[in-house]
Design a protein around this ligand. Structure first.
Ligand code: XIL
Length: 387
């Protein structure tokens, strides 16, 4: 019989009703609907210093959160994960819709939810070529590098400053390199990214300053470079490795390298992810899996994945987690949404789906079980409260 998170919710809620006061107090660190004795929660099985996260679109799922009456989605999010990433809520178009307007409504809702449920927050993202507001796209047509720098500096100082002390890791720069198959090959996106474009004469100087502004606004946040197709050792991660060395030599407060981990069964899996993480760790950086999901191609008429596809998906998720567990500098492992009910995949990759670790009703898939098992194995001895 498949274990269902829903049945666990019901069971733990029932226990909570009969707990004596002292026990209720002792369990108060647990998220609603879960007790600290929940041995089936990813967050409870993680080695002490590894954050296990999920992305969530706060505007859709968390605004209006009532701690006393959480939705089922919110209960699972709170119960399973120790870290949240804003799927869209901290992107430029969400927080900076007009030149002089900052709007933190849904991002604040995410931070409030995280606080209420003893979760950390990964900030995402400050410099990217996508999801920029129309005013940036329009204005950037005539930007000098100084114009671009002024806009970016104001944004970074304002946004990072707003969340000062609330965010443990920030994806400062996202997807700043092109891919091998793009026109021009692997190189900084000085065409698609409006800020890098305006400063194409010396884009690294802009990156160094972007990290410096973020660091000044929140010295405690660890500042990341982040990208897809950045799991294994390849031409793109070679470029990141060289960039990281250069930025560090230039005094940038660069603290981490994130591999998004958006995989697809249409392609192979590069097993050099651990070796890749190790080389960045050797530079003194943290590493992280920041947006894991594993898409499955579903042919026309195929109602669900085959048992083999399901098994391979679990292996891929687990391989990414293993690399993280095996490198002590790996600080967080985040899935890009935990349920197929809200996954970005079907909308963006036609013909692919089933990419997350629980189905649309939050029932764990083998991928979920594989992650839980590996976290358990990595934790020497479980809490005596686990029974
Ligand atoms: C995606 C979100 O999941 C979607 O809801 C949105 O429509 C587009 O962006 N890499 C990233 C993320 O760094 O910000 C992207 O998130 C997925 C790819």
């Amino acid at each position: 019989m498949r274990r269902s998170i829903r049945s666990l919710l019901v069971a733990t809620a029932a226990v909570a009703l009969v707990l004596p006061l002292w026990a209720a107090h002792a369990a108060s660190a647990a998220p609603p609907g879960f007790s600290n004795a929940d041995k089936d929660a990813l967050r409870n099985q993680a080695p002490r210093d590894l954050a296990v996260g999920s992305a969530v679109w706060a505007q859709q799922q968390l605004v209006g959160y009532d701690r006393k009456a959480p939705t089922e989605f919110q209960q699972v999010l709170a119960g399973q994960f120790s870290s949240l990433s804003p799927e869209n809520d901290m992107k430029w178009d969400a927080v900076h819709p007009a030149p002089d307007v900052y709007d933190f409504t849904s991002a604040d809702a995410l931070v409030a939810f995280a606080k209420a449920n003893h979760q950390q927050v990964r900030g995402h993202t400050l410099l990217w070529h996508n999801q920029n507001p129309a005013w940036v796209t329009a204005a950037s047509a005539t930007w000098t590098c100084d114009d671009a720098r002024a806009v970016l500096e104001d944004h970074i100082r304002t946004v990072v400053g707003h969340f000062k002390g609330e965010i443990y890791e920030w994806d400062v720069a996202n997807e700043i390199f092109q891919d091998e198959w793009d026109n021009g090959g692997v190189r900084l996106r000085t065409q698609a990214n409006p800020f890098l474009k305006a400063c194409a004469d010396d884009p690294v100087a802009l990156l160094v300053d972007a990290f410096r502004w973020a660091h000044e606004a929140d010295p405690d946040a660890v500042l990341f470079l982040n990208d897809y197709n950045a799991e294994g050792i390849n031409t793109k991660t070679d470029a990141y490795y060289a960039l990281a060395q250069q930025m560090l030599a230039d005094g940038a407060p660069l603290g981490g390298f994130g591999a998004q981990g958006h995989l697809s069964l249409l392609y192979g899996f590069d097993t050099s992810i651990q070796a890749n993480f190790e080389r960045f760790a050797d530079l003194g950086l943290q590493v992280a899996v920041t947006e894991a999901d594993v898409r499955i191609p579903l042919l026309d008429g195929q109602t669900g994945p085959t048992p083999e596809q399901i098994a391979v998906q679990a292996e891929r998720y687990d391989a990414m987690l293993q690399a993280c567990l095996n490198v002590t500098a790996c600080s967080s492992f985040t899935v890009w949404g935990f349920s197929d009910a809200y996954s970005w995949v079907p909308g963006v990759f036609p013909g692919e789906g089933w990419a997350t670790i629980t189905d649309e009703e939050f029932t764990p898939k083998p991928a979920f079980d594989a992650l839980l098992e590996s976290l358990r194995d990595a934790t020497p001895g479980t809490s005596p409260r686990v029974g």
